[in-house]
Design a protein around this ligand. Structure first.
Ligand SMILES: [Zn+2]
Length: 106
């Protein structure tokens, strides 16, 4: 789906136009991925909740700046993952992609 691996060039955000195996278009219509912001937002909410709960239980409700700095650090570390997975999830849910067994072994 993306031109480079996350582990090779984590900062690269370029996507292929089509799947190399089945030729499925990765951008069904212009501006399609604006909706992926909502998936990314859901990831952020989940991360905020988890980081908040961990800090609260491990450090016994630290000051607000600890929450903010920790959250910014964690989100800063995982944003390449969030970017790629939010696009992939959005494409699979709203992009009309269906599994086709014909391409399963390619
Ligand atoms: Zn494909």
């Amino acid at each position: 789906m993306f031109k480079t691996s996350l582990f090779h060039k984590w900062y690269d955000r370029e996507m292929e136009k089509n799947c190399k195996v089945c030729h499925q278009a990765f951008e069904p219509e212009p501006g399609f991925y604006y909706g992926a912001m909502f998936v990314s937002y859901a990831f952020s909410v989940a991360i905020t909740f988890v980081v908040g709960m961990v800090l609260f239980h491990v450090f016994g409700d630290p000051e607000m700046w600890v929450y903010v700095v920790s959250l910014l650090g964690v989100v800063g570390l995982v944003w390449p993952l969030m970017y790629r997975y939010s696009r992939a999830i959005f494409l699979h849910v709203f992009g009309g992609i269906r599994f086709d067994a014909k391409y399963a072994n390619d």
